[in-house]
Design a protein around this ligand. Structure first.
Ligand code: AHN
Ligand code: ZN
Length: 340
C-alpha cells in the first residue's frame, strides 16, 4: 500500500545500477590490452571485480559538493557523516576516532579518523588510506588575498577517498581473501602555511595519522602493509615511486608498480623515483612499523613537484579525470584481490 513512496528509492537504485552498468564501457578494449605475459610474469592472477571510475568520480564530486572540508566547519562535519554512512552502506564495521588535535597555530581541531573494516576477524589484513580533510589555505596562489581562503581539494583529499569508497563497494560485492581496513585520516592538510612567520615544522601535517599511529582503532592493530592514496585523480597524473615508500616497503612498491604495468597502466606509473614527501604513510610506518606505500602524483615539471593545481583554487572538479581514478583503482583492486 505504500508502494508509491518507494518510487524515489527505486529510481535512485536504478540510476545507480545504470551508472555501474555503464562501467562496462570503461573497461579496456582489446587494443589497450598489453601483450600477453607468460604465466611467470603475470602479477595479477585473480581477476578483481571491475572498478567503476564513474562511480569513484561521483564519490569525489559528492565530497566536493559539501565545499571545503576544513576541520571545525559545518561542511567538514557533514562530509564526515556522509563518509560514515557510505562505509556502513557498503557493509563495513565502522570505527570513528574522535580527537582534539593541536594545529601549528594552537587551534584545537575537532578531528575524526573514520575507519571501515571488512572481515574484522581475519588476521591477514591490508590497510588502505587517504586523507579526507581539505586545506584551509590556498597558499600556493600568487595573489595574497586568495591564499587565506580554503580550497575545495577535489584532487588533494577527495580523490583518494573517492577511489577507496569505490573499492569498498567492490569488496561488498565480492570479498577478497584478506581483511581490509579503509582509513580516512583527518587533519592531514592543516600543516604550517607558507605565509606563516616561524620555523617550518613537518609534524604540523598529518595530525590524524599521527594520532591513529599512537592510538590505533583496535589495540595491537596490525596489517601486512598499507597503501596511501594522495592526489590520485588529476588529469595526466604520473605516480613515480616515492623514495620513503621505496626504502621502507620495497616489495610492495614493486608489486603495485608491476601490477599497474601488467594491467596496461604503465604510462601512469613510471618505474622511476620521484620526490620524498611528508605524508600519512611516514607516520603509519614510523609509529606502527606497518610498511606503507604512498601513491602520490609527482609532476617533475611543476615547481611544487605536484601539479600546478596544488594548494590553489584550481583544485576543483575540473582537474579530475576518471581515467586517472580508473588506473589507480584497477591497480589497487588487482593488488588486494591477489592477496592470499
Ligand atoms: C608537503 O609537501 C608538506 N606535504 C605533502 C603531503 C600533502 C599535502 N599531501 C597533500 N597535501
Ligand atoms: Zn595538501
Amino acid at each position: 500500500m505504500t508502494t508509491k513512496r518507494h518510487y524515489p528509492l527505486i529510481a535512485a537504485a536504478l540510476l545507480t545500477a545504470i551508472a555501474i552498468a555503464a562501467c562496462g564501457s570503461n573497461r579496456k578494449t582489446a587494443a589497450d590490452t598489453p601483450s600477453p605475459a607468460t604465466p611467470a610474469e603475470t602479477t595479477a592472477a585473480v581477476q578483481a571485480p571491475p572498478f567503476c571510475a564513474d562511480s569513484a568520480y561521483r564519490y569525489v564530486k559528492e565530497q566536493v559538493d559539501f565545499g571545503p572540508r576544513v576541520p571545525n566547519t559545518a561542511a567538514h562535519r557533514a562530509c564526515g557523516d556522509y563518509l560514515i554512512g557510505k562505509l556502513k552502506q557498503f557493509g563495513a564495521t565502522v570505527h570513528v576516532q574522535e580527537a582534539d588535535l593541536v594545529a601549528y597555530d594552537n587551534t584545537i581541531l575537532k578531528a575524526r579518523n573514520i575507519i571501515g573494516s571488512f572481515q574484522p576477524g581475519n588476521r591477514r589484513r591490508v590497510l588502505l588510506c587517504a586523507h579526507w580533510d581539505s586545506r584551509p589555505y590556498a597558499d600556493s596562489e600568487r595573489d595574497k588575498q586568495k591564499q587565506r581562503q580554503p580550497i575545495l581539494g577535489a584532487n588533494d583529499g577527495a580523490s583518494g577517498v573517492g577511489v577507496l569508497l569505490e573499492l569498498a563497494r567492490l569488496i561488498q560485492q565480492q570479498a577478497p581473501a584478506i581483511g581490509v581496513d579503509i582509513i580516512f585520516f583527518d587533519a592531514e592538510d592543516y600543516g604550517i602555511p607558507t605565509f606563516h612567520r616561524g620555523a617550518y615544522k613537518a609534524d604540523t601535517w598529518c595530525l590524524g595519522s599521527q594520532y591513529w599511529g599512537r592510538v590505533p582503532h583496535v589495540q595491537g592493530y596490525n596489517a601486512r602493509y598499507g597503501i596511501l592514496l594522495d592526489m590520485v585523480g588529476g588529469r595526466g597524473a604520473t605516480f613515480y615511486r616515492e623514495p620513503f615508500s621505496q626504502r621502507t616497503a620495497p616489495a610492495q612498491v614493486k608489486k603495485i608498480w608491476d601490477t599497474a604495468h601488467s594491467l596496461g597502466f604503465g604510462s601512469f606509473f613510471p618505474q622511476e623515483d620521484g620526490m620524498e614527501v611528508t605524508d600519512d604513510h611516514i607516520y603509519v610506518y614510523n609509529l606502527t612499523r606497518i610498511p606503507c606505500v604512498d601513491i602520490i602524483n609527482y609532476d617533475p615539471q611543476a615547481d611544487s613537484g605536484f601539479g600546478d593545481f596544488w594548494h590553489t583554487h584550481a583544485d576543483n572538479m575540473d582537474v579530475i579525470d576518471p581515467a586517472t581514478l580508473n588506473a589507480v583503482g584497477q591497480t589497487v583492486a588487482a593488488v588486494i584481490y591477489n592477496e592470499k
